[in-house]
Design a protein around this ligand. Structure first.
Ligand code: FEO
Length: 394
């Protein structure tokens, strides 16, 4: 239980074993942590809990520092169960503690737990004295739930930002300066791309609002992964950059294939992109990690999607990618479609319609090949890739 600042203790749990998160929808190759914090002052405050299956470990850590019955306040920065799941077990031990929730939390907490726990609602700028220090609350609506809130601890100068600035990254270390920086940023970017991208405009506004509040931030204590202790605002700067969604001049090629015809097309298009000086990553949607593909898309100016025609549509493996594209609402992209077919041949048109529905302009009319591509078809795919590469550079 690291004391992260004077009187502020990490009482979280490291989940080394998890590989699928959000009901198996999100891959977490490096595990995760659920960070919760105990503040000991004239009042005793707990900020967030951990996911329910880890409640015993969490409460065991808490008991080493404090009698849970003495807790005065439990701040619920966000009610998603990875942070609030231990509330029922906790509140049985401290039934008189007052929950501090945002206006969004005033509905999400009862909506999840259907309990009549004492509850106080706060809004941005509200302050709560806990003795020698104060808690300052900052609502962070839709980063990434309506209830999301940051809690700042004066004196310690720690911003507890919940999911924002987090990483699904299990480690025995608590601070950014103690871990591999490349791994850390890989996970931070994956987190942003897959969770926060749709709310990028709000991220920019929230950062501006935080800056205007003039809080002296010496540490950002996110709820997943390591805490930003060394140069803590580096991740804020990075979020500003990511939130603008300015893409790199590169491409992501994703395809679904049954008998490799569309795969051959994908590889030739990628070669053509390379001939135009544009780097691309190529993924078979059926066997690739969707969240990793979304990171590549996040970085790329060009998205090239391919599918053979299957039952007058696209392959189910590609449909999952389309759903993510729709939901994550990427900006500043261009798209292109390709695919093989045997008879009806609708897939390319459907992919183009999907791009348009996602407000991703189609950069060049799609490319179709009947049956297996011959050498001339592959040459055409390479030329198509070169043309797309030129459009990326434009
Ligand atoms: Fe880490 Fe939105 O929960």
């Amino acid at each position: 239980m690291t004391e992260i600042a004077k009187g502020v203790h990490w009482v979280g749990v490291t989940d080394w074993g998890i590989r699928r998160f959000h009901g198996h929808e999100l891959s977490v190759h490096r595990g995760t942590t659920y960070n919760a914090f105990l503040i000991k002052d004239e009042k005793t405050v707990l900020v967030d809990t951990v996911w329910g299956p880890h409640a015993d470990e969490f409460l065991g850590k808490l008991r080493q520092l404090v009698d849970p019955a003495s807790i005065d306040y439990v701040v619920v920065n966000h009610c998603e169960p990875d942070h609030s799941g231990s509330l029922p077990a906790l509140m049985r031990l401290c039934p008189k503690a007052t929950l501090i929730v945002s206006r969004g939390g005033a509905t999400s907490v009862p909506g999840h737990y259907h309990e009549s726990w004492p509850m106080k609602t706060v809004k941005t700028g509200d302050r709560l004295s806990i003795g020698t220090r104060e808690l300052v609350f900052v609502e962070a609506t839709m980063l990434h739930w309506p209830d999301t809130m940051f809690t700042y601890v004066t004196g310690a100068n720690v911003l507890m930002s919940n999911d924002a600035f987090g990483q699904h990254y299990a480690t025995a270390f608590r601070f950014n300066d103690l871990v591999d920086e490349e791994e850390l940023y890989e996970e931070a970017l994956k987190y942003y791309a897959n969770i926060l991208t749709p709310y990028s405009d709000r991220v920019l506004k929230k950062i501006d609002e935080l800056v205007a509040m003039n809080l002296k931030i010496e540490m950002i204590a996110t709820s997943h992964g390591v805490l930003w202790r060394k140069d803590p605002l580096q991740i804020v700067t990075k979020y500003r950059e990511w939130a603008t969604q300015k893409p790199e001049p590169r491409a992501t090629v994703i395809y679904g294939t049954m008998w490799n015809a569309t795969e051959h097309m994908a590889k030739s298009i990628s070669e053509g992109l390379g001939e135009a000086g544009i780097e691309s990553k190529v993924f078979n949607a059926a066997i690739s990690d969707t969240n990793d593909m979304m990171v590549e898309i996040f970085r790329s100016r060009l998205i090239v999607l391919g599918s053979c025609t299957y039952n007058n549509g696209v392959l189910p493996s590609v449909t999952k990618t389309l759903e993510e594209l729709r939901g994550l609402r990427f900006k500043n992209k261009i798209g292109a479609a390709f695919g093989s077919y045997g008879w009806s041949g609708e897939s390319v048109k459907l992919l183009e319609e999907h791009f348009e529905a996602c407000q991703i302009p189609v950069a060049k009319e799609g490319l179709r090949v009947k049956w297996q591509p011959a050498q001339a078809d592959l040459d055409q795919c390479r030329a198509y890739g070169r043309d797309l590469g030129a459009l990326v550079k434009a």
